[in-house]
Design a protein. Structure first.
Lengths: 351, 502
């Protein structure tokens, strides 16, 4: 206790020094016997603090940061019912890519077989690379634009067009000519910004969950529009391999087992329709290409709903035996289609 | 009236500046000359010309500022300079309420001469071959601050919707310098402009010749000093106007209650002064200090800059010495790089190359069909390339190489872990691919035989673009990495015998 200066909070102040008017009338025994109003308030505040911290702690407790695969949305099966006697696969040849698309779809029974009025449709070309159409690393923009026009004409309520590019998306969407052509034809182009992905349940053999471009989660119909290319690791990149492009994140890890991961993704996205672009095909240095010397003009479009059959046909264009291509064989084993494309009801037009 | 006219110019030019920095983005830029405000900067022209003994043609635009400054004075500071506008706007931070206090804040001080010494140091450095002006030049530092600090911070908050996620190594240093300069307004209004700005100093020197000046009619003036309470440049309008400090904001004319001040063509000499009051010895001392610093920096970095594996320069960069004679470190190339791989150097390019651009492939690669960095470079440190020239056509025309790829066989999945991969081969953009594979049969741990695709690099085709390193699935340190070796800008960097002189 300090002997001089003003009294501190713990100093005992002699009653004689307490200024007049501040003396309390309560006796020492009253402090212990019952609580005055301030005491009640203090107890209440302490209780509120205690309850509040318990509630806050319980509210913030970790519940496991990883979402369970089962809690995530899945991509539904987009395949359309096949009308009796309908054609399975159509191959159209001719100098005009757009006309080839029209002829092939017509032979399958028209776009109305796949897209109904008001449905929301996502179109998935290959827009992986910062390359021009002539370099044949991306789907031909005229083919993509014609597909968009047919889908719009079939009365689709919404037409998304998207891909998760490998090179810088702005440059891929620009230099490929696809963004401009698709917008002019009436599509909503979705660039693969970080905000465009949703986590989904893949439940594949290798992949449990994955971040997928949102139109694939929301759409009623999915149309795959790949290009035929040579690929160093998987030998070829066509319909089934094109589903790599729905994924964001660390997809380069998939190459450690490329054939099975292709099948996991293809089993996740079962498209309504696939239109295989072989207007120009890339024979070497794929999937990037770059030199016109690697490109072969084929003027061919193949369409159908059996991706395995279409890829088997595409493999022959690259000079490959479909039985040597791992993901085609695995795709057949997984029940995604048949390697014997000649066994299907096929129509060949033109050429 | 003047005040609103000036404010509208300031808003328009700051808007232009922000707009063109924002436009410096792949997908938006097209062919626009987004870097024009840097090209208008006289100090950029003077220092790069001093260092490289040549003037990049775009920098002739600086005459558009130099000639009017000779006529009108330092109008640039109050009407155009984006950093000047920001400082002008932040002048309220320490602005005193009472006009007599403001007169004291805006009084000329000996410290205002420091900027002339800064300029002399910078010119000395440049004359000896080192351009460091970008560190303090208001246009270059505002560009850099916005491009590598403000916009990434805001853009990443918006889920990278504007330009994707962006980050710049140790960009915090740039943030501190940029906002530090703005925070100097807490000492007194426009501290940076009055005390430190070397561009302001250069324009101040040019203003010695100005034909239009503020002048005071002594018969009207009653000495109320309201003019001094509003003066941006601390140019002493209540006394004898200092033409070298006057930023032509025209506040003095506006604030004079009696109309005693005017901005006039050739006013009588006695109403203004062009004296800076720095003895020749100090000018010389500062200039020599700058020049002498250069051999000391080179005693650290090497007279011919020592090759550094991480010093991967943008495609089209001049040979290292010539590059450093022109690079401003304005970060325009870093802003426009579509992958975000161009980064401000810390130690990688030596002390002279601090904040100059280098490619860090783990962050982003050099897009093969892209020449945007050369398009936006205001000084020609990075030459404008065409895509055809950059990509080349082997074996007739070699590509522009910025380095080359090397496998780290302990970390590469096929080499080190006997695991299938070759993502590097898939993404390799050259044709034929610089990264190729050979089938090799290996014995696995359990004794079984398996055939794997083993990747190799062909130096003849590798451009050092770094996409293999960017996309390598081995996280943090990749299994294939790019170094600057074999870059085509210098024959000294060549590693293959066929690549050039010994």
């Amino acid at each position: 206790m300090s002997s001089n200066g003003p009294p501190g909070p713990y100093d005992k102040v002699p009653a004689a020094q307490v200024p007049k008017g501040t003396q309390t009338t309560s006796t020492p025994s009253a402090d212990t016997a019952g609580m005055d109003r301030r005491g009640v308030l203090r107890v209440g505040a302490t209780a509120a603090m205690a309850l509040g911290s318990v509630a806050l702690g319980l509210g913030l407790r970790e519940r496991g940061s990883r979402k369970q695969a089962a809690d995530l949305p899945t991509i539904k099966d987009h395949r359309a019912d096949k009308p009796a006697g309908a054609t399975d696969m159509a191959i159209a040849r001719g100098p005009d890519p757009a006309a080839n698309v029209r002829k092939a779809i017509e032979a399958l029974g028209g776009m109305g077989r796949f897209v109904r009025r008001g449905e929301r449709v996502v179109i998935k070309p290959n827009i992986g690379w910062n390359r021009t159409p002539e370099q044949a690393a991306n789907t031909n923009p005229d083919v993509v634009a014609e597909v968009v026009r047919l889908v719009v004409a079939a009365g689709a309520g919404k037409v998304w067009l998207t891909d998760a590019s490998v090179n810088t998306p702005e440059q891929c969407f620009g230099r490929s000519g696809i963004e401009k052509a698709a917008k002019a034809a009436g599509a909503t182009v979705v660039r693969p910004d970080a905000s465009a992905f949703r986590e989904v349940n893949v439940s594949g053999k290798l992949l449990r969950t994955g971040d997928v471009l949102f139109p694939f989660v929301e759409a009623d119909r999915v149309i795959n529009v790949p290009i035929v290319k040579q690929h160093g690791l998987s030998l070829a990149s066509m319909s089934l391999k094109n589903w790599y492009g729905v994924l964001g994140g660390q997809r380069v890890k998939l190459h450690q087992n490329i054939h099975l991961s292709i099948i996991d993704l293809a089993a996740m996205v079962k498209p309504t329709l696939t239109i295989l672009d072989a207007t120009r095909i890339l024979l070497a240095n794929g999937p990037t290409g770059g030199s016109l010397a690697d490109v072969k003009q084929m003027d061919t479009i193949a369409a159908g709903n059996d991706e395995v059959a279409l890829d088997a046909f595409g493999a022959t264009l690259l000079g490959l035996n479909p039985n040597d291509v791992g993901f085609i064989v695995e795709g057949m084993k997984a029940g995604l289609g048949t390697l014997q494309w000649q066994s299907l009801k096929t129509v060949e037009l033109g050429g | 009236m003047f005040r609103w006219l000036r404010r509208s110019y300031q808003v328009v030019f700051l808007g232009f500046f922000l707009f063109f920095v924002l436009l410096t983005t792949a997908g938006l830029i097209r062919g626009y000359d987004v870097q024009w405000l840097l090209e208008f900067d006289p100090l950029v022209a003077v220092t790069t010309a001093l260092a490289s003994h040549s003037l990049h043609h775009a920098l002739l635009w600086s005459l558009v500022i130099i000639v009017p400054t000779l006529i009108l004075g330092r109008f640039f500071c109050s009407w155009i300079c984006p950093m000047g506008v920001l400082h002008h706007a932040l002048g309220f931070l320490a602005r005193r309420r009472r006009p007599p206090d403001r007169v004291k804040q805006n009084a000329p001080r000996p410290s205002h001469k420091i900027k002339y010494l800064v300029l002399a140091v910078m010119l000395g450095l440049a004359a000896a071959g080192s351009v460091q002006i970008g560190l303090l030049d208001p246009i270059a530092s505002t560009w850099r601050g916005l491009a590598t600090s403000v916009m990434p911070a805001l853009g990443n908050l918006a889920f990278g919707m504007y330009q994707g996620e962006r980050h710049f190594q140790w960009g915090t240093l740039i943030t501190l310098v940029f906002f530090g300069a703005l925070a100097l307004n807490l000492i007194y209004p426009r501290f940076y402009c009055r005390v430190l700005c070397p561009l302001g100093a250069l324009l101040g020197l040019l203003s010695k010749f100005s034909l239009f000046r503020i002048s005071k009619n002594p018969e009207i003036c009653k000495g109320c000093k309201f003019c001094g309470s509003e003066c941006q440049g601390a140019a002493d309008p209540q006394g004898t106007v200092r033409a070298t400090e006057c930023m032509v904001c025209l506040n003095c004319i506006e604030s004079c209650p009696r109309g005693g001040l005017s901005y006039r063509f050739l006013p009588p000499v006695k109403f203004s002064t062009t004296k800076i009051d720095l003895v020749r010895r100090k000018w010389l001392g500062a200039g020599v200090a700058g020049a002498v610093a250069v051999p000391f920096m080179r005693a650290s970095d090497g007279v011919e800059p020592r090759p550094n594996p991480a010093r991967i320069r943008p495609p089209g960069s001049l040979e290292e010495r010539a590059f450093l004679e022109k690079c401003l470190k304005c970060a325009a190339c870093m802003k426009v790089c579509p992958t975000g791989g161009l980064q401000p150097a810390l130690h990688e390019a030596g002390i002279e190359g601090f904040w100059s651009p280098i490619l860090i492939p783990r962050i982003g690669y050099c897009e093969s069909n892209c020449v945007l960095c050369g398009q936006v470079c205001p000084t020609g440190a990075i030459e404008k390339l065409t895509i055809e020239k950059k990509v080349g056509e082997m074996p007739v025309r070699p590509p522009v190489r910025i380095g080359s790829a090397f496998f780290d066989k302990g970390r590469c999945l096929p080499w080190g872990y006997q695991t299938e991969c070759i993502v590097c081969e898939e993404v390799c953009p050259t044709s034929p691919k610089a990264i190729y594979f050979k089938m090799e049969t290996i014995t696995a741990r359990d004794g079984s035989q398996k055939t794997l695709k083993m990747p190799f690099v062909d130096l003849d085709y590798c451009t050092g673009c770094g996409i293999c390193e960017t996309r390598c699935p081995v996280v943090d340190r990749a299994g294939v990495r790019v170094s600057a070796a074999n870059e085509s800008r210098s024959p000294r960097s060549s590693i293959s015998l066929t690549g050039g002189k010994i």
